[in-house]
Ligand binder design. Structure first.
Ligand code: MN
Length: 730
């Protein structure tokens, strides 16, 4: 059983007397608040935080981490508050303890296998300081060491969680001993029979093994010394779980596992090139097994593990696995991220160690002058998982999303129907907009309403491809429906005009022939094409009327038009006739402007200026080519705005210019601010762009006119939407 004096003795080696005092204070605090609590083993609860602190001391972590180890369960399990911790032990410790308390609240869902990776990442993401995670891991190590006091089902649950979440986390942080211990302890509780069976087998061979190991070590040692390379050779039995994994993966028996011992050559020097020299010595003396050489120096593992690995046919004809590394590399391989604090505390600060930190910084792309450990860790975390956020479902499951994901992404990840019908979301029980960017640890609940539909706007703020494709799919289906309706409407009208019965013709063989000519499957396919303006209704009609009927139709059609009202829209739409046409109010096109048509939902085709910013936001699928086709004199609404020096008779000057060009004024408005410029706005009936241009140049010639501008849309809109005006300035 560990005592506080053991901890103080050990920290004495690398911490200051003031630090030791604080650690002792934390011990007294922890002892007081945990006073009447007992562990399941019957021991006083205090043993647990002490053991956790002991593990942290072994890892030579800093003062704050050790104090956090002593206090890690106080807020969670006693009446202690974070404020109290802050007051007694300062901001930093309070921050760490709070982080641990938060993590302890993460609950695992039912499908742990599927989620394990997400949980690991989530824990890492939530530990804004990696020390939080290291203390959490130390906590788990001690809980695993004392797991036998838990009820059986709890043992299995905790062991599984450890194997799937904590051991891989330890590995990711490069803390190898912890990974091995957590794996073996989990293995023992999850598959006790296999565990103890394997333990026996390894023990039986122990003596034989040890003798062999000693011999091989000596031989390797002699060989490398023969080349004046200095280092120590280690031969360690592999941990049970790794043997068990290997047997499972390769489907082999225990007797077939050749490398129960891993041999390691740790060089005295930190010269990388010596690793390769040792490798060549090994390969020169023993035949390498093809495909077994791995260069983790040239390509370090994600956790910065570096070494050369090779397998050779060893001195006794047996396969031997050898790892070669420098002292520095070894330090990292054993302690991982925890090794950083030793350097960080400045207790060891040779040039070599500085070099190691430098390499770390490069690896994690941390700026040269990072300010504190927290910053370093934040960057580390970003380097490990740069672009993900981890989100809870209301049931406590975790899902990962790309950074910037919104509730809509979340909704589609649950189910397409949830996505399509989503009208809002609650994040941590508060209503948020669908544009809200999800944050790590958010709990998201989607509000749906049957009959609600996706909006094209959503495409602007979803980031997952699933949501994108589902929304696009919906829009496509939806728009196809509309196009079919437009197509049917157009065709029916054309039929009616020609005194043909739509219903009959659709069922006729000729009609079916048209479909097969166009390689279309259904009538709807054809309607959609007509609706999109890709096939003209005339083209279809011509199959059903003879030449004479066509002439008759031409003659009989004319008198139908009401006198004085032109039904001619002045627009020709490629391939389509008799479609309702309107001019978009947002850009009010004039003949001469480049135009484009947009197939609206059930309101015919709206004609925009080609570069109208509104039409550019619209679905390109529904745009149709249109051109001006002015047959008789027609006028179009156009708005013009002038800024003038405020002077007498201005309005009469302007209006006489307008009427001299034969233009009708619909309305005029003049705004003057005393002593400043006047703004004059005219709403005019204009024939075409040419006439408009003549007018604006005539205006510009009037003295006192400062600027002339064509205003798209209404004046009030244009005042609101400056961007529209700017977009049109050419
Ligand atoms: Mn604990």
């Amino acid at each position: 059983m560990i005592r506080i004096t053991d901890i103080l003795d050990k920290t004495h080696e690398y911490l200051s007397p003031e630090d030791l005092e604080m650690i002792e204070k934390a011990y007294i605090f922890s002892a007081a608040v945990h006073k009447d609590q007992k562990r399941l083993s019957g021991e006083p609860y205090l043993i647990h935080p002490l053991e956790v602190a002991g593990i942290l001391v072994e890892m030579k972590l800093d003062k704050s981490a050790i104090i956090t180890g002593l206090l890690h369960d106080t807020v969670e399990d006693t009446l202690t508050t974070i404020e109290q911790i802050k007051e007694d032990f300062g901001e930093e410790v309070a921050f760490l303890v709070e982080g641990l308390t938060k993590i302890s609240k993460i609950r695992f869902g039912s499908q742990i296998e599927r989620q394990a990776e997400n949980f690991r990442k989530m824990m890492l993401a939530m530990s804004s300081d990696i020390r939080i995670l290291i203390v959490k891991l130390a906590d788990r190590v001690h809980n695993m060491r004392t797991l036998e006091y838990q009820p059986k089902d709890k043992q299995r649950f905790i062991a599984r969680e450890t194997l799937e979440v904590y051991a891989p986390l330890a590995s990711r942080l490069g803390i190898n001993w912890m990974k091995m211990e957590l794996e073996d302890l989990s293995f023992r509780h999850l598959s006790p029979e296999e565990y103890f069976g394997l333990l026996n087998k390894v023990a039986k061979k122990k003596e034989e093994r040890e003798e062999y190991t000693e011999k091989v070590k000596r031989i390797i040692q002699e060989k490398i010394e023969g080349y004046e390379l200095k280092g120590r050779v280690d031969g360690r039995p592999k941990h049970l779980y790794s043997i068990y994994e290997k047997m499972n993966e390769q489907h082999i028996n225990f007797d077939e596992v050749y490398d129960l011992t891993a041999f390691r050559i740790i060089l005295d020097s930190n010269e990388v090139k010596e690793c390769y020299e040792v490798l060549s010595v090994i390969h020169a003396n023993w035949k390498p097994v093809p495909g077994r050489f791995k260069d983790y120096i040239a390509m370090p593992k994600a956790n910065n593990y570096r070494s050369l690995h090779t397998t050779v046919i060893g001195p006794y004809g047996e396969r031997v696995e050898v790892q070669i590394r420098t002292r520095e590399m070894h330090e990292w391989a054993e302690k991982g991220i925890a090794a950083h604090w030793r350097y960080k505390e400045g207790k060891i600060s040779s040039d070599e160690d500085e070099g190691q930190i430098e390499k770390l910084r490069e690896l994690f792309e941390v700026q040269h002058e990072h300010k504190d450990a927290r910053e370093f860790m934040r960057n580390l975390k970003i380097a490990l998982f740069p672009d993900e956020v981890y989100i809870f479902t209301p049931h406590g499951d975790v899902k990962s999303f790309p950074k910037g994901a919104t509730p809509v992404d979340f909704a589609y990840s649950v189910h397409t129907d949830v996505g399509s019908h989503c009208i809002g979301a609650k994040v941590n029980r508060n209503i948020v907009s669908l544009k809200y960017k999800l944050q790590n640890g958010d709990t998201v609940e989607i509000l749906t309403q049957p009959g609600h539909h996706p909006s094209k706007d959503w495409l602007k703020y979803v980031v997952t491809s699933r949501a994108q494709s589902k929304i696009k799919q919906w829009i496509k289906t939806e728009e196809r429906g509309k196009s079919i309706a437009i197509g049917r409407d157009v065709l029916e009208r054309e039929f009616k005009k020609n005194h043909l019965t739509f219903k009959k013709i659709v069922k006729s063989n000729e009609f079916k022939e048209i479909l097969s000519d166009q390689s279309l499957g259904t009538v709807d396919d054809l309607m959609a094409l007509i609706g999109y303006g890709k096939i003209s209704a005339k083209y279809i009609i011509n199959h059903f009327i003879n030449e004479e009927e066509k002439k008759e139709e031409d003659i009989s059609a004319k008198p139908k038009k009401k006198p004085g009202v032109t039904s001619d829209t002045g627009i020709k739409i490629t391939g389509v006739d008799d479609v309702m046409v309107r001019f978009a109010k947002c850009c009010s096109p004039l003949p001469g402007d480049d135009i484009i048509g947009y197939i609206t939902r059930g309101r015919g085709i709206s004609v925009h200026v080609s570069n109208c910013p509104i039409v550019q936001e619209m679905d390109p699928e529904r745009l149709v080519e249109v051109r001006w086709n002015i047959k008789q004199k027609q006028t179009f609404r156009a708005n013009i705005r002038l800024v003038c020096i405020d002077k007498k008779g201005l309005l009469s000057d302007l209006s006489s210019v307008i009427s001299s060009l034969g233009i009708n004024i619909n309305s005029a408005n003049i705004d003057t601010i005393r002593g400043e410029n006047a703004t004059c706005e005219f709403e005019l009936d204009i024939n075409d762009l040419d006439q408009f241009n003549k007018l604006s140049s005539a205006f510009r010639k009037i003295t006192g006119v400062l600027s002339v501008e064509r205003v798209r849309g209404t004046f009030s809109d244009s005042r609101k939407k400056d961007y529209l005006r700017n977009a049109f300035k050419s």
